[in-house]
Design a protein around this ligand. Structure first.
Ligand SMILES: NC(=O)c1ccc[n+]([C@@H]2O[C@H](COP(=O)([O-])OP(=O)(O)OC[C@H]3O[C@@H](n4cnc5c(N)ncnc54)[C@H](OP(=O)(O)O)[C@@H]3O)[C@@H](O)[C@H]2O)c1
Length: 250
C-alpha cells in the first residue's frame, strides 16, 4: 500500500524519520510538492507528486498534516476514491469538517514528534485496520471510543510540550546549583522517563504508586505540599481546560 503525505512540514518530517527507522521504503511514500517535500524527495528518495490530486491518485493511504485552518480547502476536489483512507492529523479538525470535501474513510490520528524515535503514543479514532502498520511504526496506537474522547485526549499533545518545559526547568535549576549542564539535562529527562514508565508499566493504582514515594515528612511530600499550596495542580487542570476549549473551537 502506498502512503501519501499532504503537508510536509514539522510533524511530517518527524513521522518520515520514524517510518525510515522502522524500515519503510522511501519509494513507497509519496510526498506533496510543498514544504519540505521536494528537498526530502531529492535527498532521501521519496516519490514526489506533481500536485495533491496526483498524490491522491497514486496512494491508498493518505496522511493530512497541514495547518488546521488549511485542512478543508486542501482536501477539496482531489478525486478521492471509495476505500481510500485519509488519516487526519490536524488538531481540532473534526471528521465532519473535512468529510464533505474528502469522501474517503477519515480516521483521526494525533501523533507527536517522538514518532521519530518510534515512541509516539498516537491517538486514533476510529480504529482503522489499514492505518495500524503506520501507527505501529511511530510507536503505539491508543484507540479512543468517540470523537469527543479523541478531542479530550488531544490535550495530551500539548502536555507533551509542558512536560518538556518542566524537564528544562529541572535541568536549568540543577545546572544553577553547579551540576554539569549535560548531566543536569540527562538527569531531568531520564527522571521523567522513569516516572512515566512506572505509571505506564505497573498494575498498582496510580495514586498508590505515588503514595509509595511520599514518606510522611519526607522531601517528596514537602515539595508536593508546596506545589499544592501554590495552586500548581489547579493551574495545570485549567490549562488542560483551556486547550480543550481551543480544540472544540470555543
Ligand atoms: N507539530 C507537531 O508537533 C504536531 C503534533 C500533532 C499534530 N500536529 C498537526 O499537524 C499539522 C501540521 O503541523 P506542523 O507543525 O507540521 O505545521 P507546519 O510545519 O507549518 O507544516 C504544514 C505544512 O503544510 C504545507 N501545506 C499547506 N497547505 C498545503 C497544501 N494545500 N498542499 C500541500 N501542502 C500544504 C505547508 O507548506 P508551505 O510551507 O508550502 O506552506 C507546510 O509545509 C497541524 O494541523 C497540527 O495541528 C502537529
Amino acid at each position: 500500500m502506498k502512503l501519501g503525505i499532504i503537508g510536509v512540514g514539522h510533524l511530517a518530517t518527524s513521522i518520515l524519520k520514524g517510518l525510515a527507522r522502522s524500515g519503510w521504503n522511501p519509494a513507497d511514500i509519496c510526498l506533496s510538492p510543498r514544504g519540505h517535500g521536494p528537498d526530502l524527495a531529492r535527498r532521501d528518495g521519496y516519490a514526489l507528486a506533481k500536485d495533491n490530486a496526483d498524490l491522491v491518485r497514486r496512494c491508498d493511504l493518505v496522511l493530512l498534516a497541514v495547518r488546521p485552518a488549511d485542512a478543508a480547502t486542501t482536501v477539496d476536489g482531489l478525486g478521492w476514491r471509495e476505500g481510500q483512507v485519509l488519516m487526519n492529523a490536524c488538531a481540532g479538525v473534526s471528521r465532519a469538517a473535512i468529510g464533505a470535501a474528502a469522501p474517503a474513510h477519515i480516521v483521526r490520528i494525533m501523533p507527536i514528534t517522538a514518532s521519530e524515535l518510534g515512541a509516539s503514543p498516537t491517538l486514533v479514532y476510529p480504529r482503522t485496520e489499514a492505518a495500524l502498520p503506520f501507527l505501529d511504526a511511530l510507536g503505539s496506537a491508543i484507540e479512543l471510543d468517540s470523537e469527543d474522547q479523541f478531542e479530550a485526549a488531544t490535550v495530551s499533545a500539548a502536555i507533551y510540550g509542558w512536560a518538556q518545559q518542566l524537564i528544562i526547568a529541572g535541568a536549568d535549576w540543577s545546572a544553577a546549583q553547579g551540576l554539569n549542564p549535560q548531566t543536569a539535562r540527562e538527569l531531568a529527562a531520564r527522571t521523567f522517563v522513569a516516572a512515566g514508565r512506572m505509571q505506564a508499566e505497573q498494575d498498582a493504582p496510580m495514586h498508590d504508586i505515588l503514595a509509595s514515594l511520599c514518606t510522611p515528612g519526607g522531601i517528596t511530600a514537602a515539595g508536593l505540599d508546596h506545589l499544592e499550596s501554590n495552586t500548581v495542580p489547579e493551574a495545570w487542570r485549567s490549562a488542560c481546560d483551556l486547550v480543550l476549549g481551543r480544540l472544540r473551537g470555543k
